[in-house]
Each structure stands twice: as C-alpha cells, then as structure tokens.
Design a protein around this ligand. Sequence first.
Ligand code: AMP
Length: 218
Amino acid sequence: MLYNSRMAEPKNLIILGPQGSGKGTQGKLLSAKFGIPHISFGELFRSAIASGSELGRQVKTYMEQGALVPDTIVLVLLREVLDAPAAKNGFVLDGFPRNNEQYEELRQMFAADGRKATFVYIDLSEDEAVKRLANRFICERCESIYIGNAGPCQKCGGRLIQRDDDKPEAVRKRLRLFKTQTLPMIAEIEKDTQVIRIDGAPPVEEVNKEILEKLNLK
Ligand code: AMP
C-alpha cells in the first residue's frame, strides 16, 4: 500500500477540505505540535504577491479570481518544498492536491521517494463555508485568522485584512472548483487508501482534538 502511514514516521500529513473548513488553522496547530513545517501553497502565493516577486506576478490574477494556479507552477514548487531539508522529518501539506492531475503527480513523487502520507479531510457544509469566509479576516503579516475585524492581530500586532478571494464572487468560484475538481479527486484517493474524515463545524480546539484522536497521535 502506497499511502496511509497513520502513526508511521516521518509524519507526512495531507489536509484536505473545502474553503473555510479550517485546513490552515489545523495545519498550523499540527505543525507546531510536531515541529514539522506547515506547507500551504495559498500562503506561499500570497506572500509572493505581497513581495512583488516574479512568482507573485505569475499567480496574482489566478488568485484574485479564485481560480487554481496552473499545475505547471504548483508542481515545480511541490518538488522544491518536498526536497527542502526542513521537510525531511515530515510536513503538513495544506490544500494540495486539489485535482486528479495533482494527485497523480503526488502519487508518483511519493512512490519515487518512498514516502507515505496520511490524508485528513475536514468537512464543512457549503452554507457554513460561505458564512465563515464572508466574515473572515487574516493578519497580513502572520496570516492568523479572525472572525470579524477586531484588529490588530493579537499574536503579532499586524493589520487585519480581508483576502481578495474571500469576496463573494471569488468564494463561489472556489467552492465550485472544490465540488467539480477536488471532491472527485478525493473519491480517487479513497480507491487507494483511507481518508480520515473530521467534522469541521465544532470550535478549533475540538476539531484539533478529534484529528489527534483519529490519527492515534494523542
Ligand atoms: P487557500 O489559501 O488554500 O485557500 O488557497 C488560495 C488560492 O491559492 C487558491 O484559490 C488558488 O488560487 C491557489 N492555490 C492554493 N493551493 C493550490 C493548488 N494545490 N493548486 C492550484 N492553486 C492553488
């Protein structure tokens, strides 16, 4: 079996779920608990845009419209992050893969590297996702998430902003992409291995507890 190393070392955790389900929040908590890097392409792209780098210029329009960044860009980055020394002892990959092509590439890379992964799916209804995103603010410096703009950031004092792709039109597009591309991909993953399902509706700490319990990591 290629995948599902529940418990095995290194911990290669892959967190999937619709927008607003808490992938980033849970990814950061798991990363801090196990001392492994949290890899989020969304975050990586947002900071590239903020810094005005070449990568930022390439991905800006896709991001703002809520479209997926082309696989050609994402896959080169994936190779880089998997090869980074920091990822040697495991990682939390958040928001990748998102379509069948990305999954296939991941499968091949992992097979070639002899790596195993554990898939976690955080579930949330579409209504709840839309509600959360409409009211979601992030710290422009450390990307901590807040409901409502109560700024400044309690962790680092940064300014709270709303993401361009959390605006209603982009949210609808992102959720549509999730349904048409990511859900069918999850069905494909489930043919290969178990995907551990978690209810994303309860408060952050409870969701975190459920993840740790279901992964036998508590
Ligand atoms: P997120 O922060 O995970 O919601 O991602 C924000 C945006 O980053 C997405 O709407 C895409 O434009 C881009 N992105 C993140 N992950 C991927 C991926 N695996 N493939 C393509 N684009 C991605």
